[in-house]
Design a protein around this ligand. Structure first.
Ligand code: ATP
Ligand code: MG
Length: 414
């Protein structure tokens, strides 16, 4: 991709009303644009990162047997009345059309997936089962000050599992703990993301959140200094030591919930009378679990956790491009040709490369490269060619080093 052609440009200043680090950096770097409070566009750069996160999540959900589908965002009022949430959910967006018919904009999908599953689950032979989607959700968030960490429209992966009994739900729930751990590791925030015990509501003792430690976090968690498991004190105030290992030495941290998993049991299957016939032909309630991850929140969390004073720092796995190739030829046409040829060779080899072909000073190009945060910067200049090839610098390094073009290309050999 030629940077001169990129839809979205870097900016010196973030909008004055934007206070969150993630939004400031992502807007300044041209990854997102703010339409209104809590509502953002993903520009081509941001969209590339989002798609990489989506791929990681999709691969892990598929590996856990999840079947992907896509449910609507426009929900009939009836479904929400069946569970009572039409009246009890404060952040539900309600829309009325010109005929006076009311709908909800989906903030979550139990009200849709349960009646849907009812059409296909009739026997114990149909269980267990899990389905998921990656889809836009709508919530009237009161505090939409955290950039893409808390959107009013945001993208969520929501998976729903269906089981014949609580033992089978417990088995799958443990699998999902591992699946979630892998998602956050692959996205580059594994080390600062903690399995966190939270309130289970009225149906189970605990639910579990995945909380990432960052000053931008809106939650307070207590992290076990021994095993790394945490407790969300707001919801499980009576828990003394670590619920996993008993250690009483806990560290208080600010954190953001990047995902959560929940045993719903019969909370939603009961109102919709979702049942199955067991071996003896008796009707039994279907037992459910639900499992969410906010994709935009995950993206924003990475920016919060890894970003520095110069800009964004992407982990390799979700960097929008593998290489940021920078043409510093100035007025030297021979060097310009070298840079262009290298760009074409990389593209030809299937390397994802952003080529800074813009007519700007070195300082401006470097500042933009730091702001954009692509993991590897490769500079072609008179100086680099005289020293033997291309100057490479990782975003996390302060000093670059020159390697030959052959060596550089070999880094991407599959
Ligand atoms: P929070 O306590 O932060 O409001 P929640 O408990 O309402 O989160 P869930 O309903 O469990 O969240 O949603 C599942 C996941 O979706 C969350 O773990 C989070 O990653 C993401 N999420 C929830 N609300 C938002 C939002 N407003 N913007 C972006 N992501 C969100
Ligand atoms: Mg919420």
């Amino acid at each position: 991709m030629l940077q001169s052609q990129l839809f979205g440009k870097t900016r010196k200043e973030a909008p004055a009303d934007e206070v969150a680090k993630n939004a400031k950096l992502l807007i300044r770097a041209g990854y997102i644009d703010k339409l209104q409070s809590g509502v953002y566009t993903y520009l081509p750069l941001g969209f590339r990162v989002l798609k990489k996160i989506e791929t990681i999540i999709r691969e892990e959900m598929n590996a856990a047997g999840g079947q992907e589908l896509l449910m609507p965002a426009l929900h009939p009022k009836d479904n929400w009345q069946t569970t009572g949430r039409w009246d009890t959910m404060d952040d539900l967006y309600k829309v009325m059309d010109s005929s006076g018919r009311e709908n909800a904009l989906g903030p979550t999908h139990e009200e849709i997936v349960v009646p849907l599953a009812k059409q296909f689950i009739s026997s114990y032979k149909d269980l267990p089962l899990s389905v998921y989607q990656i889809q836009n959700k709508f919530r009237m968030e009161l505090r939409a000050k955290s950039g893409i960490l808390r959107g009013r429209e945001f993208i969520m992966k929501d998976l729903y599992s269906f089981h014949r009994d609580e033992a089978d739900l417990a088995r799958y729930y443990e699998i999902m703990k591992g699946v979630y751990k892998r998602v956050f590791e692959r996205a580059g925030i594994g080390e600062v993301t903690h399995l966190t015990f939270a309130s289970g509501g009225s149906f189970s003792k605990y639910s579990h959140e995945f909380q990432t430690v960052t000053p931008a976090g809106e939650d307070i968690i207590h992290v076990c200094t021994k095993c790394g498991v945490a407790i969300n004190k707001e919801v499980v105030a009576d828990q003394k030591g670590c619920p996993e290992c008993g250690n009483e030495d806990l560290r208080e941290e600010k954190a953001i919930e990047v995902g959560n998993i929940f045993e719903l049991k019969t909370k939603y299957s009961a109102p919709f009378e979702l049942t199955y016939k067991d071996e003896a032909g008796n009707d039994q309630p279907v037992i459910m679990g639900c499992y969410g991850i906010g994709l935009g929140r995950l993206l924003g969390t990475v920016v919060e956790v890894l970003g520095d004073e110069k800009g964004i720092v992407w982990p390799e796995a979700i960097s929008p491009f593998q290489v940021h190739l920078i043409d510093l030829s100035g007025k030297n046409d021979a060097v310009k040709d070298e840079a262009k040829t290298l760009y074409e060779t990389l593209e030809g080899a299937g390397v994802e490369v952003l080529f800074d072909d813009r007519d700007l000073r070195a300082g401006e190009k470097f500042a933009d490269a730091d702001l954009l945060g692509i993991g590897l910067r490769a500079v072609v200049s008179e100086k680099s060619l005289a020293a033997g090839g291309v100057e490479l610098k990782r975003r996390t390094e302060t000093e670059g080093k020159v390697v030959s073009k052959e060596e550089f290309l070999k880094m991407f050999a599959k």
